[in-house]
Structure formats: C-alpha cells, structure tokens
Ligand binder design. Structure first.
Ligand code: M6R
Length: 610
C-alpha cells in the first residue's frame, strides 16, 4: 500500500526522503514522488515505476531540491490510473499546499464538485488532490488550522503529511484509519507509514491516533484533535534495528525470512514454555485469563495468510482447549452483523496490525461487546492498540510481501494460546508437557527441512512451466494446502487452488489432466490412509503427485512422482513443518520464472484500505 515519508530538521531532506522511500518499497507501489520546500519554494518530481526513476529526476533537478523540509510517497493506485499526474505529492491549484496521503477519501466526488463550483481546477483523477485543494481553499495563514478544518469535511481513511509554501518551518500530519508514526530525533522529525523508514534516524517515536493532527516545527511538536483539543503523545521505543531490515547476503527478503524461521520461532517461544509446571506463560493474556477460560466461543479472524493461520487455530482451539471456535474473513465478519453473545472472544490475527478489514472487524466485535484479542507482529500497531489483550509474534520485521515467518509465528502463537486455555480447562499436566516437548523441537526440525532446500528446488523446477497446480490436504493440513496455493500464486503468478483433499472429488477433479502438478500434504496423521486414497484418484487421471510426507515413509514413494520429507511430529504441530517446503517451492518457482519475488505484481505488503 502507499508509503509516506516526511522530514523536517536540519539535514538535506531530498536524500533522506529518497532513502526512506527505498525502505518503504517492500510495501508495494506503482509510482513515487518527492517534494522539498526550500529557498526556491516547493520543488517536486514524480515518476511512474521504481523509486530509482524519481531519484534520477531529483538528482538531475539539482539545487532546487535543496531544503530541510519535505515529503515523499510511494503510490499504490486506488483512484485513477498509474500515471505521473496521479502520483503524489499533490498540490492545490495555487501550488501553495503540497500533500501526501495514504487511504481513501470516500466523499471526494462531492467535495470536488463543491470546489469546482468555487472556481477550483484539478490536474489529476485522485481523491488526494481534492484534499490538497480543500486545504488550500480553507487556508487563512495557519496550515494546522486549515488541515483541521478540511478534515472535518472528509469521510474515509487517511494518513497525511502537508507542507505550505508560506510556512517553510512547518510540517503538519494527521491520521484516521491509516498508520502514521512520528520519529522524534534531536532537532528533527521523520514521519512515516512504518518504522522501517525511521529507524536509521531515531528509535524514539509515537503513533498518531485517529482524528489527531500533529504540527511539527524544527524545535517543537504540538499534537491535537481535529477539534483543536491538546493531546499528549505516548512515546515508545521502536524495536527494530537496521540489520533486521537488510538482506544480509540473501538474494531476496522472502528467502531470508524463510531461512530465519528456526530463529524467529525460537523468539516466539522464548520464555513462554514452562515445562516444570507443564504450562504456557503468556503475559499478554494474564489480565484476562479467567474471562478467557470461561469463554463460550472464540472467533478467529484475519485476511490472507493470517486467515489460514486462524483456520489452523480453529483445529487447535477445538482439539486442545475444547472450546467452540469459528473462523471468518475479517472483511465478511464486519458487514454481516455477526452474533456476538456473552462469553464471545474475537481474536484478530495480523502480521502488520494495520490491515484495514481486520482492524474494522475488531472494532465491530468490540462494539458488540466481545473481548478483543490480538495476535500481531508489529508492536504498537493499530490492531495491537485496539485490543484488550493479546500475544505478540516476536518474529522480527517481515519485509517480503509473501508472508512466511509471520505465518509460522502466528501458528505457534495460536498453538500456545490453545495450550494456555487447554491447561486451564481439560488438558492434564502430562498431555501439556508432551505437547511442550514437541513444540520446543520445532525450530530444530525446520532447520532439517531447510537443509533439503536443494532437493525442493530441483523438484519445483521440474514443474515450473505448468500453469495450473492443485494443493490438497486434510485436517490440520487443509489450511496448509490453502497457504501453499496462495504462496505460489502470489509470487510466481501460476494459477493454484488449495482445498480439502476430499473436496477434489466434488468438482475440481475435472481439472486434472496429464502431467498437472498436484501437491498433497501427506504427512502421517489421523487421515493418512484417506489421503493415500485421494492420491490414487489423482494418479489415475494422469496428475503428477508431489507429496509432502513424514521422514521414513517408504509407502508413499510408490504413489508419488516426487516426495519431499519433513520430520515426524505430533499432528497438531505438523503445519509448522509442512508449510516450509511449500514456501520454498513458491520461492523457487518464482525465481525460475524470472519474477522479482520481493516486488510481486499488484500486491501490497499491508492492505490498509478496504
Ligand atoms: O498484515 P496482515 O497479516 O494482516 O496481512 C494479511 C494479508 O494481507 C497477508 O497475509 C497477505 O495475504 C500476504 N500477502 C500473504 O502472503
């Protein structure tokens, strides 16, 4: 999604802004722009395509970009095509107000008509330009007051940063529904959509709250509501260092993050397994432990990969904690008028903590009286701030657009939550200890799978020219099949479908043709024999079976063209292992097809609009 970076301080703004844009590239974008306010007034360059394109234009423009106040933006088109005119920053029709925006101004059509009636003209098709012109219309010598007045007229979501040619020492930012962090350095401020564009300059920051406006000058911060009531920002320490967001010798972030999983999972588990007492310690849930234990129903919600983790969570909660659990796309939950009764707990699963649909579902659940939990990676994110209690993933920054280590972190966190509840409900100390013993071994077992990456690459390359793939699994590994298909389509653009293995017979079997790759998650478990029967059905129609199987399983070799082994593990924990070969298959397929794995077509890392 769109990325915002803005700067006011004493350093040359242009270099810092371009560097910030490069740090935000992972979020996904189609065009970029930079504006600097200096002695020459507002200098602005925008370009379609990579940040490097706008960087070249800024460099060529030379001195007019000298200045210590500026804005920059990566755009992910929503309103209006991918054209230079639609790129941010946008100025008002007098070129006095200059603005960058993340979000959607829903009533922009009505505002545009009103402004046109007052004689204003527009250069783009965007909702953002309407906001710039509106601020210009309301400007009477005080940028902060004009922004406050304009935002009272606006419906929708926004994170904005605004400068004004008449106020060379002022940067104004505001937020409603889209993330915005303000990094506080010494005599300088860096404003950005996420911490990755800030941490090179400062680790002190605060997150702007909804309906808040922040005026930054070189030596002061003033935060207020749009009604001009003073607000005291809550400062926090950003828990991210530069090394974590650099490639560190890996060819892509996705590669780095797949291979980081043994370590990222150790971080997720660290300090939370108490084998002596046979229990899980989750500090973020303790304040609501008795309410959670008495809960009558859990609803786990999220989007994309996070929803797949939630689906595994449903099996874990029902099997280990014996508590009724449902899962639902956050986007559907929100608008369906869901029944939330006494004793309902809603848990939002999200890596970024900023997914608009998930955040809205959580707000809906809270309004209906549910206890709201978060299973989130980014500390201090919007979702984490909205919840009553929760569990952080602690997997470190995930930069790759295709989620990998966050998925295993989510599944591990949900497993721990299920054991936390189960132990307080029906699980015995012995059952719990046995599960904890297995959980502790997961990182080491993933290391073993990663050791077979060359085999996974070789097998993937055999099928890489096939345009249609199926992923099939049962029980705990039905969601893993969905995740395998999602990974493959996201970055390799191969059409892939995931489904329960038994569902194939109810229609999709018609798609199977000679040589079509069908990936079966066929590890040993309760439904192993049934999966073997499904494999036979595929083989008899000419499909080529790639089986993810348990080490030592020789029976499967006679049924599958290719077998990728994972270590043996108790079934509830098996998705933590079986997903790893699927992540690697997607990665190697995308590389073999020549795609830029970290910048997949049309995708954004964090979807902050509905
Ligand atoms: O940040 P979130 O976990 O809330 O993001 C949810 C989905 O947008 C995300 O998992 C998406 O499906 C990924 N691209 C999957 O790789």
């Amino acid at each position: 999604m769109c990325g915002i970076v803005a700067y006011i301080g004493t350093k040359p703004a242009a270099d810092l802004l371009v560097e910030g844009l490069k740090r935000l590239e992972y979020r996904g974008y189609d065009s970029a722009g930079v504006a600097v306010l200096g002695d020459h007034g507002i200098a602005m360059e925008r370009a379609v395509g990579r940040v490097a394109n706008v960087e070249a234009r800024v460099d060529a423009a030379g001195d007019i970009f000298r200045g210590t106040l500026g804005l920059a933006h990566t755009r992910w088109a929503t309103h209006g095509g991918v054209t230079e005119a639609n790129c941010h920053p946008h100025t008002d029709d007098r070129n006095d107000i200059c603005l960058i925006h993340n979000g959607i101004i829903e009533n922009y059509g009505a505002l545009r008509t009103w402004l046109q009636e007052r004689g204003h003209t527009f250069k783009s098709e965007t909702d953002t330009e309407v906001l710039a012109v509106l601020i210009g219309e309301l400007y009477e010598g005080d940028l902060e007051a004009a922004v406050q007045a304009a935002l009272k007229e606006v419906t929708g979501a926004y994170a904005i940063a605004v400068i004004c040619a008449q106020e060379p020492d002022t940067l104004v930012c505001a937020r409603k529904g889209s993330p915005l962090l303000i990094g506080v350095g010494s005599g300088e401020y860096v404003v950005a959509s996420d911490a990755s564009a800030i941490v090179a300059h400062t680790t002190q920051a605060f997150a702007l709250d909804d309906y808040n406006v922040c005026k930054l000058t070189r030596d002061a911060i003033q935060t207020s509501t749009i009604d001009n009531q003073a607000v005291t920002p809550k400062m926090m320490q950003l828990e991210m260092d530069l090394e974590q967001i650099e490639l560190g010798g890996h060819p892509h972030y996705m590669h780095k993050e797949i291979f980081e999983q043994p370590e990222s999972l150790r971080m997720t588990l660290r300090g939370r397994i108490d084998k002596n007492e046979g229990r899980i310690v989750l500090g973020g849930l303790l304040s609501h432990a008795s309410q959670l234990v008495r809960a009558r129903k859990f609803i786990l919600t999220g989007q994309g990969t996070a929803l797949h983790a939630a689906m595994i969570g449903e099996y874990l909660f029902e099997n280990l904690a014996k508590v009724p659990t449902e899962i639902e796309y956050a986007s559907e939950f929100r608008y369906r008028n869901p029944i939330v009764e006494e004793g309902t707990v809603v848990a939002a699963i999200s890596q970024s903590g900023e997914t608009a649909d998930t955040l809205a579902a959580l707000t809906e659940a809270k309004d209906k009286g549910a206890l709201a939990l978060g299973v989130v990676n980014v500390v201090g994110s919007s979702i984490s701030r909205e919840t009553d209690a929760g569990v952080y993933l602690r997997v470190g920054p995930e930069i790759g657009v295709a989620s990998t280590k966050a998925f295993t972190g989510q599944v591990a966190a949900l497993t721990m939550m299920a054991i936390f509840l189960g132990r307080r409900r029906l699980m015995s100390v012995e059952e719990c200890r046995a599960m904890l013993d297995e959980l502790e071994l997961v990182p080491e077992k993933i290391e073993r799978i990663l050791g077979s990456a060359d085999t996974i690459k070789r097998v993937t390359e055999k099928y890489v020219n096939q345009e249609n793939w199926l992923f099939l699994g049962r029980g705990y590994n039905y969601p893993t099949a969905l995740e395998g298909a999602l990974k493959l389509k996201e970055i390799s653009y191969i059409h892939a479908e995931g489904m329960p293995a038994a569902e194939m017979k109810h229609g999709p079997i018609a798609l199977i043709t000679e040589g079509m790759p069908v990936v079966f998650i066929a590890n040993r478990g309760a439904q192993y024999a049934k999966v073997l029967a499904n494999i036979e059905e595929v083989r008899s129609r000419g499909g080529h079976v790639i089986a993810i199987a348990t080490e030592g399983d020789t029976e499967i070799t006679s049924l599958a063209e290719d077998v990728l082994y994972v270590p043996d593990i108790t079934e509830p924990l098996s998705p933590l292992l079986t997903v790893v070969p699927l992540q690697l298959m997607a990665y190697y397929a995308a590389v073999a097809r020549g795609h830029d794995v970290d910048k997949p077509r049309n995708l954004a890392k964090s979807v902050t609009v509905e």
